[in-house]
Design a protein around this ligand. Structure first.
Ligand SMILES: [Zn+2]
Ligand SMILES: [Zn+2]
Length: 384
């Protein structure tokens, strides 16, 4: 694809944004004079030179020194028919883009603030700050889409919040980076769309950028922008921390009930009653349990009612069922699995009951403290 020469395209065309002047002249085209202020010799000398003959050959000519002030660039093509190019020592100096100077001119043109902080990206330079939040603005000169995606990823990780990333053109703005922008709340701008070279080291805004920036601000303030996301994460962490606290309090409460022997009644319950009890515990109430057990609702009710005449352990069991119904909701999958495992229920029924209570806590963490008290009271009354 033939590129139009100019400052913005040249910055992505030259892999290191450094080249001899002849190359810059070719890449910058009519903008050479205006853009030259952004170039500085980097102290290196090039060992090759582009072919500047009228009918250019296919190679980069090799620089040979005839005398300190007399150099030539000779053709390296097979056959080597191209004329050597006579050069001055200054012709082989490598000129690199002064990114800080370029960034400063861009910053002024976009009316952004001076940068806050000095940390750069791995491949990008911090050139400005923007808006009330003083979001960092970086300038990156990617030579391909992968380089831009890599730098974007690096910035997402290191900045840890919204930022603006400027590139010379949109040529390397891939779908990947587009999706990242939305997901991570940064704004990618190709400068060639917004800024035109207007004179030596100066730009003009050739289209109103305000709408794009306003849309970005809006995105951050409402939608899936990172600011909101971070707030959401903070809220979530708070919630998790609170739940953990509640959970550990509930755990302690249940342990205490276990320690007080309030679940001890369960050790004296016969096999059939245990099975019925566990089914009721898992499904929530007698009606649902009878369906799960494939038993008539009235049959199960009669059996449970009979517990109240079978001594205090069975009364406790009936109280537990009544309490379970008040909690509502289905027990967790894990609990159901445990119920299905006949082996475990043989081991230590009081402990299993304790686990069941803990499991049920997940159903109704709101007033769990009160629920536990109710259960403790009911059991204590039944077994005393
Ligand atoms: Zn040549
Ligand atoms: Zn050649």
């Amino acid at each position: 694809m033939k590129r139009k020469p100019g400052l913005w395209t040249s910055l992505e065309a030259l892999p290191t944004a450094a080249a001899v002047l002849a190359e810059w002249r070719r890449e910058l085209g009519s903008e050479f004079d205006a853009a030259r202020v952004f170039l500085n010799p980097n102290g290196e000398q090039s060992s090759s030179h582009p072919c500047t003959n009228r009918f250019p050959c296919d190679c980069r000519h090799r620089v040979v020194m005839h005398a300190p002030d007399r150099l030539a660039a000779v053709c390296e093509c097979d056959g080597g028919s191209c004329e050597p190019i006579e050069l001055q020592p200054t012709d082989v100096l490598v000129w690199a883009v002064d990114v800080v100077k370029l960034g400063e001119a861009v910053r002024r043109a976009l009316k952004f603030q001076s940068p806050v902080g000095s940390a750069n990206g791995e491949q990008s330079t911090r050139i400005a700050a923007r808006g009330a939040a003083k979001l960092p603005v970086f300038l990156h000169l990617p030579h391909d889409a992968a380089a831009l995606a890599g730098e974007s990823e690096q910035l997402v990780a290191s900045v840890g919040g919204p930022f603006v990333l400027l590139t010379p053109t949109e040529a390397h703005h891939s779908k990947t980076v587009g999706a990242m922008q939305v997901r991570h709340g940064f704004l990618l701008l190709g400068l060639s769309r917004w800024l035109a070279v207007s004179g030596a080291g100066a730009f003009t805004l050739h289209e109103q950028i305000d709408a794009v920036l306003a849309a970005f601000d809006q995105r951050l303030a409402s939608g899936p922008g990172l600011v909101k996301t971070v707030e959401r994460i903070d809220r979530h962490m708070e919630l998790v921390a609170k739940q953990k606290l509640d959970l550990s309090a509930a755990k302690a409460r249940i342990e205490q009930m276990h320690g007080d022997g309030l679940f001890g009644f369960a050790a004296k319950i016969d096999r059939e009653a245990r099975d019925l009890f566990l089914a009721i515990l898992a499904s929530g109430d007698v009606a649902k349990a009878s369906r799960d057990l494939d038993m008539k609702d009235s049959t199960l009710r009669t059996k449970v009612a009979a517990w109240r005449k079978r001594g205090k352990e069975y009364v406790a069991l009936a109280e537990f069922v009544r309490w379970r119904k008040a909690i509502k909701g289905q027990a967790g999958v894990e609990f159901a699995k445990r119920l299905a495992s006949g082996a475990e229920r043989e081991v230590d029924f009081p402990s299993l009951i304790r686990d069941a209570v803990e499991e049920l806590e997940m159903l109704d963490p709101e007033n769990w403290e009160a629920q536990c008290s109710n259960l403790a009271d009911a059991l204590r009354a039944a077994v005393s």
